[in-house]
Ligand binder design. Structure first.
Ligand SMILES: N[C@@H](CCC(=O)N[C@@H](CS)C(=O)NCC(=O)O)C(=O)O
Length: 204
């Protein structure tokens, strides 16, 4: 099977990290795709045109991060899986919380990529506030023992902070969040993290 990704995408990074964490490099080929491009190699497989997209051997294209993780998880024994089940509500809540913040950061970043006269100050203010609120909650989560397991929530948190660190530098996420910063810094030693660092984006 083949995983389409873009090097700057935090969503696709979760899937790429999962491939490495689950030891699936021999079974999942990873290919870069261009985004928002009518000539993208991804579009013949997935009309949605977003990454991550996992194309199965029979041509079925799985789009969206969580379904992609579900398929990857199914390739390994139950004890090694990354997605928390309903029997681990705290981990499931953590995963959802991180994805929610990622969605907000993506909206905020997209606004900043528009020409200045097309930006919505209202949207930017709303997303900046959301990011602060969720990052503060995540700081409390980590400080009280959350994200201790290397599961989908952990991968998503590292991908989110990595995106802020490299491509959404307008958000000073480290400020007064020592537990988040310590988790992120320690994570850099992990192969799945070190091998998927996104390219630096324009400083904003
Ligand atoms: N909800 C999706 C979000 C994926 C997403 O937005 N990916 C972005 C890259 S970060 C993308 O492919 N954008 C291309 C486009 O919108 O056309 C998921 O969970 O995978």
């Amino acid at each position: 099977m083949k995983l389409f990704h873009a090097p700057g995408s935090p969503y696709a990074r979760i899937a790429r990290m999962a491939v490495i964490e689950l030891g699936l490099q021999d079974r999942v080929a990873v290919e870069e795709a261009t985004l928002r491009d009518p000539a993208s190699v991804l579009l013949p497989f997935n009309p949605v045109g977003r990454v991550p997209t996992l194309v199965l051997d029979d041509g079925t294209a799985i789009t969206e991060t969580t379904p992609v993780l579900m398929v990857l998880d199914a390739l390994v024994p139950a004890g090694q899986r990354l997605l928390p089940g309903a029997d681990r509500p705290r981990a499931l809540a953590a995963y959802g919380r991180v994805l929610g913040m990622m969605d907000g950061i993506a909206v905020w970043n997209r606004e900043l990529r528009r020409p200045e006269h097309e930006r919505s100050p209202g949207v930017i203010a709303l997303e900046a506030l959301r990011a602060v609120r969720v990052a503060d909650a995540l700081e409390r989560d980590v400080a009280t023992g959350g994200f201790a397991q290397r599961d989908a929530a952990w991968l998503a948190l590292v991908a989110l902070l990595g995106y802020c660190e490299r491509r959404h530098t307008v958000f000073a996420w480290r400020l007064a969040r020592p537990s988040l910063a310590a988790l992120f810094d320690a994570a850099q030693r992990r192969a799945s993290v070190a091998q998927t660092v996104p390219p630096a984006g324009p400083a904003r």
